[in-house]
Design a protein around this ligand. Structure first.
Ligand code: SF4
Length: 383
């Protein structure tokens, strides 16, 4: 009756403080005892999901937040054991955990590694002390370097570093220095995001001074692309760069509009029914409500049946981020729709030089299309 997603996302929603630009589902941790209680309940959530998706063979597990390393190795082990008992985990499963670099000790990393985490994602954001302060981050460049060094010694199979650009008063030279620093460290994967001011964030109501103009941001991005390319990184998604064969499999599944299971406060998942109906579901965002729902055996899901228009828009929202674009066969298998549904729109956008069909059989945004990706994606709202 259901599809059998091969990915699971686990959301751990707490942080030490709330960064002024953050619009993730993250909450300030005021009471450490909640970590144990939440761990217990999330294992119940995993059991509930496994009843529905018991045949799932997991190829990727992603523990994100929030700041997942607020949860010690014992709690992460309990979550991992629960996934292991309730699902089949493939031998080469990519198992990622996000961490924040402030004063995390090597011994803790050793324990996470022995629990089964094989990919680490470090939220560095910048190597410039002043810039880190300007975006409210508590860690220092030294913390990032020492965590990275320790993670390398512990031999995680792959390490990602998150970096941001377009920070208040960031010059081109500062941005280049960040990229040079990251190239020196040589992680397998780099996520490079532009700071955007989102509603419901502190920065939205109290905009920081000195945000770089869009022209400057474009130059910063060009510099970055050149440096990363020269250093052997391939840009495979609009914000993701990797060494060969180190693409993030979990995120690729999202970007290819695959199915995935979600557990934890605010986490959302997606699955299909045999007739190609597609369901998106989301847990209660507020950790208190999420926990109460699980305790009282109330479904913490809100479900939505995707319309054909939803499917097209969501497919494009994700697939157009990929440098490789998408094939017609993939569109049809991922959405259950016929190519006719998008043919006219693609031809219109092709005439505007925003998207192009390549002899390899793939539709990809042009350079102009990537530059105005938001607008290009929105064009598929009207299909
Ligand atoms: S550490 Fe990450 S998740 Fe937590 S508040 Fe800052 S940006 Fe948000």
């Amino acid at each position: 009756m259901f599809s059998h997603p091969s990915s699971i996302y686990v959301h751990l929603p707490w942080c030490r403080s709330k960064c002024p630009y953050c619009d993730f589902n993250s909450h300030v941790l005021n009471d450490e005892s909640r970590l144990n209680a939440y761990t217990k309940l999330i294992t119940k959530d995993i059991e509930n999901e496994a009843k529905k998706f018991k045949k799932s063979k997991l190829k990727t597990i992603f523990i994100g937040g929030g700041t997942p390393n607020l949860f010690g190795p014992i709690n992460i082990a309990k979550i991992f054991d629960s996934i292991n008992i309730n699902f089949h985990i493939e031998a080469d499963c990519e198992i990622t955990m996000e961490i924040n670099p402030d004063s995390i000790k090597k011994t803790k990393l050793i324990e996470y590694r022995s629990v089964g985490i094989n990919r680490l994602s470090i939220g560095a954001q910048s190597f410039n002390e002043k810039l880190l302060k300007s975006i409210g981050r508590d860690h220092s460049p030294k913390h990032i370097e020492s965590v990275f060094k320790a993670a390398n010694e512990v031999k995680f199979e792959s390490i990602n570093i998150d970096l941001m650009f377009g920070l208040p008063n960031q010059s081109r030279v500062m941005a280049k220095n960040d990229i040079k620093k990251i190239i020196d460290l040589s992680p397998e994967h780099i996520s490079y995001y532009q700071l955007t001011i989102e509603p419901n964030t502190k920065f939205f109501y109290d905009k920081p001074n000195g945000l770089p103009s869009s022209d400057k941001q474009n130059l910063i991005q060009e510099d970055c692309l050149n440096l990363l390319e020269k250093a052997g990184y391939e840009r495979y998604e609009i914000s993701a760069f990797s060494k060969k064969n180190f693409e993030c499999k979990h995120n690729l599944n999202y970007w290819k509009f695959g199915d995935y299971i979600a557990v934890g406060a605010g986490a959302h998942g997606k699955y299909r029914l045999t007739n190609d109906d597609m369901i998106r579901y989301q847990n209660a965002s507020n950790p208190n409500i999420y926990m109460k729902n699980i305790i009282s055996n109330k479904s913490s899901h809100k479900e939505k049946l995707l319309s054909n228009s939803d499917k097209i828009f969501e497919f494009m929202l994700n697939n157009l981020r990929l440098m490789s674009g998408f094939s017609i066969a993939h569109f049809e298998s991922a959405t259950g729709l016929k190519y006719d549904a998008i043919e006219k729109k693609l031809s219109e956008l092709n005439n505007l030089n925003l998207i192009k069909y390549y002899p390899s059989g793939y539709w990809k945004p042009t350079a102009l299309g990537f530059k105005f990706l938001d607008n290009l994606q929105c064009e598929f709202l009207k299909v």
